[in-house]
Design a protein around this ligand. Structure first.
Ligand code: FMN
Length: 172
């Protein structure tokens, strides 16, 4: 990727990085950080974040997915405020992907059942059972691609929605 790369190449690159991250536990993008908005006892919002495993990505629907225990703190947070960010750094390529979006929660429905069925036994063992298994689907509203190398940083942002993605260069 060079400063002359068309924006569309960077979006293609981001989606192929996400697909590889789902498939390859040795890939840095398999282990992103999911950020949510928490609520303190007095109702004040606070930023929260944790490492997760990237479980699915789907360019056609503009979504990625993460699994969680349905009783986890992040699920309670997301029920109150579905705003999310997912960030990962691919160290060999020096690329950060940052996704902003909205979370849809799936517990005890067809989406959760299909994901549970596809889950290998060692991953199922992490959960108390299918009734406590939640698929968090992130509908991506903005995707940010950033390369930081020895030369000037290269950054592009894409707005995803109903129409074709809109990309633009960002500095800084
Ligand atoms: C390498 C690693 C991978 C993790 N993957 C997940 C995951 O896919 N889903 C998940 O809910 N928690 C995962 N966790 C645990 C979370 O980071 C977090 O501790 C837990 O989900 C509770 O967070 P919460 O209280 O904000 O819900 C992972 C932790 C580590 C260190």
């Amino acid at each position: 990727m060079t400063p002359l790369s068309p924006l569309s190449d960077l979006l293609d690159d981001a989606w192929s990085m996400l697909a590889r991250g789902v498939d390859d536990p040795a890939d840095d993008l398999h282990w992103p950080v999911l950020a949510t908005v928490g609520q303190a006892g007095d109702g004040a919002p606070f930023a929260d974040a944790r490492t997760v495993v990237l479980r699915a990505s789907d360019r056609d629907t503009g979504r990625v997915a993460v699994h969680s225990d349905a009783d986890a703190g992040k699920i309670a947070q997301l029920r109150t405020n579905p705003s999310v960010a997912l960030v990962a750094y691919h160290r060999p390529r020096r690329i950060q992907l940052r996704l902003h979006g909205v979370a849809d929660l799936h517990v005890g429905d067809a989406v959760a059942a299909a994901a549970w069925t596809a889950l290998p036994g060692h991953s199922r063992a992490l959960y108390a059972g299918p009734e406590r298994f939640c698929v968090i689907r992130l509908r991506i509203l903005q995707l940010d691609w950033l390369h930081i190398g020895p030369e000037r940083p290269l950054r592009a942002a894409f707005t995803l929605g109903d129409g074709p993605p809109q990309g633009r260069w960002i500095d800084p």
